[in-house]
Design a protein around this ligand. Structure first.
Ligand SMILES: [Zn+2]
Length: 255
């Protein structure tokens, strides 16, 4: 059964969206760039050149069909942790998952021993996956493929729960990523510091915390009411992802 869970979630990623849609990822990148120290900014420019964090935030989704990028697994975008279990107790996907990958990438970047090409790649992976792990359905609970198998209607349109969270609720706001980021509440200094102290595994546990509310979809016909109760979660997850990404980048490049 446990094996099936890991395999089941793996399959959907070959044909479905990977994490927040482009707008969500760009919002995370833009929020992060607003919280970088001057030194971190300068060091990141050495790697990304004129490309902003928002611009490179979707790179990990764009390379999926690039055969020269096969060393980057689509399984790195998500993890399965059954309700009531911890990550440590859960069966691990042999191809990797978002928690293991983030922990590895962060540890490698902190060593400052990578060649420039590899370091740039790792940096782009970090920027993307900090976003993904904050999308609550990327910390999957069961064999429904992160909500992909949960059929739902969004304002009458046939879709699934995962896509509603990745894209529809954000895109239906009809805001550019810069406007969307501008609409987010800025955390106070103490909250910001507290958020940046949390570990990757704590970020994942927070995503699990929202499951009950996310899966409370009645007969699956969703519109304004669901959006109204879910948007505050999306706002908080995107803000936290951006602030935490900045915290990591300041730690790695701001010293
Ligand atoms: Zn992704």
């Amino acid at each position: 059964m446990k094996r099936f869970v890991v395999f089941g979630f793996s399959v959907f990623l070959s044909f479905n969206l990977l994490g927040w849609g482009a707008t969500g990822h760009r919002v995370v990148g833009l929020v992060a760039s607003k919280h970088l120290t001057a030194k971190a900014k300068k060091n990141i420019i050495k790697l990304l050149g004129s490309n902003s964090l928002a611009e490179v935030s979707t790179w990990m989704d764009e390379i999926r069909s690039d055969s020269t990028m096969n060393h980057i697994s689509t399984d790195w975008h998500w993890v399965t942790i059954e309700t009531g279990k911890t990550y440590e107790e859960s069966p691990k996907n042999p191809k990797g998952d978002v928690i293991a990958t983030l922990e590895r990438i962060i540890s490698e970047l902190k060593k400052h021993t990578l060649d420039k090409k590899t370091e740039t790649e790792y940096l782009k992976i970090l920027i993307h996956l900090v976003g993904d792990i904050h999308q609550p359905l990327h910390v999957g609970c069961c064999d429904d493929q992160g909500g992909n198998k949960i059929k739902a209607r969004w304002f009458g349109r046939e879709t699934n729960l995962h896509t509603i969270w990745d894209s529809y609720m954000i895109d239906d706001q009809k805001l550019s990523y810069t406007d969307f980021a501008g609409f987010l509440d800025e955390p106070d200094a103490a909250t910001l510091v507290a958020w940046q102290k949390n570990s990757v595994r704590e970020w994942a546990n927070e995503s699990i915390h929202y499951r009950k509310q996310i899966y409370d979809i009645g007969k699956g016909s969703l519109s304004y009411k669901y959006s109204y109760k879910s948007l505050p979660i999306i706002h908080e997850r995107l803000t936290k992802a951006g602030v935490r990404l900045a915290g990591l980048l300041n730690e790695i490049y701001g010293k």
